[in-house]
Design a protein around this ligand. Sequence first.
Ligand SMILES: NC(=O)c1ccc[n+]([C@@H]2O[C@H](COP(=O)([O-])OP(=O)(O)OC[C@H]3O[C@@H](n4cnc5c(N)ncnc54)[C@H](OP(=O)(O)O)[C@@H]3O)[C@@H](O)[C@H]2O)c1
Length: 337
Amino acid sequence: MLALKPIPRALRFFAASPPRRWARAQFVPLLLLASAGNLFADALGSLGSPRWHWTAATGAFCGGAMAEAGPRSERLAVVTGGNKGVGYFAAQQLLGAGLQVVIACRSEALAKEAAARLGCEYELLDISHSPSIEAFAKTLESKYGRLDVLVNNAAIAFKASDPTPFAGQTGPTLKTNFFGTAELTDRLLPLLRASAASGGQPRLVNVASMAGALRQVSPQLQQQFSSPALDRAGLDALVRKFAADVRAERHKQEGWGNSNYGFSKLAVIAYTKLVAREEGTGMRVNACCPGYCKTDMSNNRGGQSPEVGARNAVLLALLPDSGPSGAFFQNEANSAW
Ligand SMILES: NC(=O)c1ccc[n+]([C@@H]2O[C@H](COP(=O)([O-])OP(=O)(O)OC[C@H]3O[C@@H](n4cnc5c(N)ncnc54)[C@H](OP(=O)(O)O)[C@@H]3O)[C@@H](O)[C@H]2O)c1
């Protein structure tokens, strides 16, 4: 039967926030197209065609090409550290936009509880532990067989009150926030590339921070990190030099900043731009800052709710093909690094 479908939840998500002019300009025409697609799908359905698989999210954000590609399961998104804070709300909003979501968490008890509240799946993952990354990737491949959206949200930040010396915080911070994020991503890139090949419109979103601003390092280092010629070996060497200079207590003389967390996020943004260059038009690869959010990481001091902060990652996860790649977003807009 031909029935009018309600406005997709994804459209309400964008329409409800006044500052998102860029996003609205990009998405609303697609969303309207999708609504028309829903109607058309129902019309086809009434003629006995079972082929159409429009959902609010895939229809809206994958456009006509998806429809032409024939039936396909809904897009699959993985959100690391989705059991709380920004990641929890990113998972919730992606579910609301019609994606299938898997939260990837290091604590089974927390993951189980959050997944039950969200109504999604969970898998175990500790991004600071290579065997856990490998086990997680294998589970994704065998149990789900696909990946369309990866939101690298998991990270740590030592509290200001933590007695661990600065040099002692460098290793764990870089291991989780930079090396772990990059290792997981590199391991999952083949699945994201396969998504492109099947019309799944892959998106990689790295949750970084405004604390990762380029200006924290010397002009010479800024040039090296932002160079379009920076490759994996070059980035790896720079990150290891920071760690070595901290160990040798000469990081300030060598032009580094004085924040392990800030530097780890700078490196994540550089990595994001590097992967965006490598993947070209086949994938949208971007980083964002959720803003200073009220979460455990900020001792609940942030001025922004994690629900609002999560919108930055969700916006990038749902980008249309015409959206940017290699960008850094904050306040739901493209921003200078
Ligand atoms: N809050 C802010 O003001 C703010 C500002 C700028 C950027 N950010 C960024 O936003 C993202 C989310 O932060 P948040 O504020 O939501 O922090 P949060 O509440 O502390 O949540 C961090 C999440 O990451 C997970 N995690 C940490 N280490 C992990 C590991 N090795 N393997 C798997 N998961 C791990 C945590 O798991 P457990 O529950 O097991 O600890 C938790 O689920 C982070 O990337 C953060 O750097 C936050």
